[in-house]
Design a protein around this ligand. Structure first.
Ligand code: SF4
Length: 196
């Protein structure tokens, strides 16, 4: 996939961008770039698929609620570096995430010196509207299904029903038009399908 357009548009918004052909190459890059610091993880199948937690734990202080339990959300919020993915990335450069607990989206806005978004090609959509549609109608229902939620979308994982269920996982939406002031934000694009 040609990432040229999205790279140009992300850089114009103030993000830095790295491109890799495979997840293994991206993981090796992050393993080299993040060293001797504290790292927080947001809920991210992409990070899990790349084995980033184990790699970085060998030479960093790492915090991830998927590994250490719910309390790790708070510890992750205080890490110097934060790693997550996105539910949708527009070719025009907007980064879109929907969250339930809010820790993941909050961390992309404030509190960390550096934030990495690791994003596979399947998250890319031509426009902001299509990226938002993807986040709401592909990523969120499939995540609800994966988590076994009692929501209408989890039955078939087909689309968002804008439910009012107590199990609703879509509680907040964050769109980054650019990096928050004072937060170095790097987008690691991978020419491979990663996450949902
Ligand atoms: S709002 Fe409800 S129906 Fe829509 S994706 Fe989220 S959990 Fe599913």
């Amino acid at each position: 996939m040609a990432f040229d357009t999205v790279k140009k548009n992300l850089e114009a918004r103030g993000f830095s961008v790295k491109i890799f052909s495979t997840g293994a190459e991206a993981a090796a890059y992050l393993d080299g770039a993040i060293d001797g610091t504290s790292v927080g993880f947001g809920g991210s199948l992409t990070a899990k698929e790349l084995g980033l937690y184990d790699k970085l734990a060998a030479h960093n202080e790492v915090h991830w609620h998927w590994e250490g339990g719910p309390g790790e959300r708070v510890a992750a919020a205080h890490a110097k570096v934060y790693i997550t993915s996105a539910n949708g990335l527009a070719e025009t450069g907007e980064i879109i995430n929907i969250d339930g607990a809010g820790n993941r989206v909050a961390a992309t806005l404030f509190g960390h010196g550096k934030v990495y978004f690791v994003i596979g090609r399947n998250k890319l959509a031509p426009t902001y509207e299509e990226a938002l549609w993807r986040a709401r109608n592909i990523a969120a229902p499939k995540n609800a299904q994966r988590l076994g939620k009692k929501t209408p979308c989890a039955v078939k994982g087909d689309k968002c029903y804008d439910c009012k269920s107590p199990d609703r996982i879509c509680r907040g939406l964050v769109v980054l038009w650019g990096p928050s002031i004072g937060v170095e934000t790097e987008i690691v694009l991978v020419d491979q399908d990663l996450g949902l």
